[in-house]
Design a binder for this molecule. Structure first.
Ligand code: APR
Length: 261
């Protein structure tokens, strides 16, 4: 059952459904997008703040853009790393982290590369689009691992070089036009069999992440959405709450505590 946007009573009814589903569940999967980190100050991709020097992410987050102008792409990522380094997890991250320890079976599938879920202490995180705090060798040189941690915020030189071969390193994130690693897809697929699947703070327009909620529904999961606005998947889900994740999740958490979940 889903409800029209901006209808408070309807959103309350949808919240009731989610609380009931969570109370009866022994396994939970959560899918998150940039909306969960918005309250921490991390810009989302498709909101008005999603622009960087008038570039859209779709134009910069591609192998073609990197090969054409690695310095420009690294300037964008360095700007994002500097912004994210100043951010802290917000109440939405905290509630999801609490739930990750409360349910015997829990998986977080996040499209976010900012690392805020891990900093909030979330268990079993599947980084569907990689991490801005990892890099890999652009040449894929034999002496370098597939990817490795790099917590540098501001680089001494851009673009940074691979310590193993002297070539370029690239951000450890999945770009448009690149596939999701098979082991990541496998981890996500296994999580679709959980009792409840919540999609939170994502516009649900980028695939294959956007297909996960309907795949979970097809596997019999109760599917809920928490997002500021309606998305293309809202109508297919069992309950859709329109509101800020950091507010709605805080309320759901208190109601779940009251229900003894
Ligand atoms: N609470 C809940 N939802 C919010 C909040 C908030 N505080 N703030 C914004 N939103 C919603 C917006 O309404 C929007 O629907 O979060 C969604 C963010 O959508 P996008 O900016 O498209 O981000 P996301 O869905 O994560 O993008 C998916 O696209 O650019 C690629 O790889 C990138 O992982 C990213 C993917």
């Amino acid at each position: 059952m889903t409800f029209p946007v901006d209808n408070p009573e309807a959103s309350d009814a949808a919240s009731d459904q989610i609380v009931r589903a969570l109370a009866g569940a022994s396994s939970l999967t959560v899918l998150t997008g940039a909306g969960v980190s918005a309250a921490s100050g991390v810009p989302t991709f498709r909101g008005e703040e999603g622009l960087w020097r008038s570039h859209r992410p779709e134009r910069l987050a591609t192998p073609e853009a990197f090969s054409e102008n690695p310095r420009l792409v690294w300037e964008w990522y360095q700007w994002r790393k500097e912004r994210i380094a100043a951010c802290k997890p917000n109440r939405a991250h905290e509630v999801i982290a609490e739930w990750s320890h409360r349910y015997p079976a829990f998986t977080l599938i996040t499209q976010n590369v900012d690392g805020l879920h891990e900093r909030a202490g979330t268990r079993n995180v599947v980084r569907f689009h990689g991490s801005i705090w990892e890099v890999s060798c652009w040449n894929g040189c034999r002496s370098s691992p597939a990817r490795w941690p790099d917590h540098t915020v501001t680089y001494a030189e851009l673009p940074p070089k691979c310590p193993h071969c002297g070539g370029l390193v690239r951000p450890g994130v999945v770009w448009f036009g690149e596939g999701i690693a098979s082991e990541t897809l496998e981890l996500a697929a296994r999580a679709l069999a959980n009792d409840v699947f919540l999609t939170i703070g994502t516009s649900s327009v980028v695939y294959p992440a956007a297909s996960l909620s309907s795949a979970a529904k097809a596997r019999g999961a109760f599917t809920g959405e928490i997002n500021l606005e309606a998305t293309p998947v809202s109508a297919q889900l069992d309950a859709s709450v329109h509101g800020a994740a950091e507010v709605v999740l805080d309320e759901l958490s208190s109601r779940c505590d009251d229900s003894g979940r």
